[in-house]
Ligand binder design. Structure first.
Ligand code: PHE
Length: 447
């Protein structure tokens, strides 16, 4: 074959893959949504920001903005049957909307680079749990262990191992890779989380932890916490960057997108709350002040496991849980990149996977050692690109793609009823764009 014909060759879209079952779709999409965001970030943010009061605001955003954005992504993906950039090019030919897709693929590189670094730490802690490495260590020593670990070669090693796991699943394709693994991993995750939650709430003195999590304190609600709630909703639901456009493009034309979006959102929220129930009662039962984010998981919890009867096993279970949750998320982000490479550059899935993995690996090594790079990637993707992407996605549906075509897509060409359609259209046209824009501009300090 001549070089020119290789370059000119186009991806054969008739060979595009799809998910095989309804459960597979939900496992994959909920797998993407449920991740580190649910297990280490959500519980702490809720506790710190007014418990039940924050929860109400969070739920409001999830329902009024999260579900509409998710549904819009599914509609775009399934309507176009393409990766995020190709999807906008197909649905809005000759228009600049494809830039939203470019932003999404860019965000995918950034998220994968810092997120997989954290996921890699899980493997070190799993290893330490097996080797009983926290045994008889004081709280201070456990804290130092984490700080020391981060200066060694090991974070990069575990990051690369985690990338390889991710690539290994994505390379096998949508049905034989992503769907096959998430269908097994998600039930395991749920089971482990239930076991840990039961242990946690049955410890003496656990009530204080439940109070920390649920007791509403409206004095803690400020404009800043409202912003925090929206940002968390976007990150936790994996929306705003085309992950769910990509997954949506693998959903069959017969599925009900609306019920799928609602189920995925419910699963994500349920697991986030359950993670809080698994963590805080135990933390408070042992009278340890909880740290936030990585401190909570990598410093506070190992201390708790030392003190708890059966802690050896709970430590193992917990880090397996965290690794599984992260893995089903990283594969969804890598899939965005792979779908883009394979369809737009027309290279095989195998080559796309390695190319994407190599590019992320370079970025991740920097993120691993430099907290500046890490924070930059984290902030730019989660606080800027996701909300901006979400805003543009709902505006695309509400103001460009329009009611008629969107209704066709969501009702499967008029064959199913979507009762909430008028409400959905109102939300994507008015409420969601205004709310996202307001919260976003406020966050950037514009007003
Ligand atoms: N939703 C994932 C979590 O909560 C993170 C994620 C964000 C995954 C964006 C994909 C896209 O951990």
């Amino acid at each position: 074959m001549k070089l020119s014909s290789i370059i000119m060759a186009k991806f054969d879209f008739s060979k595009r893959e799809s998910f095989g079952s309804k459960f597979g779709i939900i496992a994959a999409a909920a797998g993407s949504a449920i991740g580190l965001g649910n297990i280490w970030r959500f519980p702490y943010i809720v506790g710190e920001n007014g418990g039940g009061a924050f929860l109400i605001i969070y739920l409001f955003f999830v329902i009024s903005i999260g579900i509409p954005v998710m549904l819009s992504e599914f509609a775009i993906g399934r309507g176009a049957q393409r990766n995020p950039i190709g999807a906008f090019k197909k649905l809005a030919p000759g228009k600049p909307w494809f830039l939203v897709g470019i932003m999404g693929v860019g965000a995918a590189f950034m998220i994968l680079a810092f997120y997989t670094v954290v996921a890699g730490w899980t493997l070190e802690y799993l290893y330490q749990s097996v080797a009983n490495g926290f045994k008889e260590k004081t709280a201070e020593q456990i804290g130092e262990m984490f700080e020391h670990f981060r200066t060694t070669y090991r974070p990069v090693m575990w990051f690369l191992v985690f990338m390889l796991f991710t690539a290994g699943i994505v390379i096998s394709g949508v049905k034989k890779g992503i769907e096959r693994y998430t269908k097994v991993l998600m039930p395991i995750l749920l089971l482990i989380l239930i076991v840990i939650s039961v242990r946690s709430v049955t410890l003496p003195g656990s009530k204080e932890g439940l109070d920390f999590l649920f007791k509403p304190d409206f004095t803690k609600i400020t404009a800043g916490t409202v912003l925090e709630a929206l940002g968390q909703a976007f990150f936790s639901l994996s929306i705003g960057m085309g992950t769910l456009i990509t997954y949506g493009s693998y959903i069959s034309k017969k599925e009900n997108l609306t019920t799928t979006a609602v189920s995925v959102t419910m699963a994500d929220t349920f697991i986030a709350v359950l993670a809080g129930i698994a963590i805080f009662p135990a933390v408070f039962a042992f009278g340890i002040p909880p740290a936030s984010e990585e401190g909570l998981v990598y410093k506070t919890l190992p201390i708790i496991f030392q003190k708890m009867t059966g802690g050896y096993y709970f430590s193992l279970l917990f880090f397996i849980l965290l690794g599984v949750a992260a893995l089903t998320s990283t594969i969804s982000v890598l899939e965005v990149i792979v779908a883009y490479f394979s369809e737009e550059l027309n290279i095989s899935r195998k080559q796309s996977t390695w190319l994407g993995t190599a590019a992320v690996a370079v970025l991740g090594v920097f993120a691993s050692y430099s907290s500046g790079v890490f924070s930059f990637l984290n902030f730019t993707s989660a606080s800027i690109l996701l909300p901006l992407g979400g805003l543009l996605i709902v505006m695309f549906i509400g103001w460009y793609y329009g009611k008629k075509k969107t209704r066709e897509e969501l009702t499967n060409q008029g064959t199913i009823r979507v009762v909430i359609f008028p409400v959905y259209m109102f939300l994507v046209k008015f409420l969601a764009p205004i709310a996202i824009a307001a919260v976003f501009l406020y966050g950037l300090g514009v007003f």
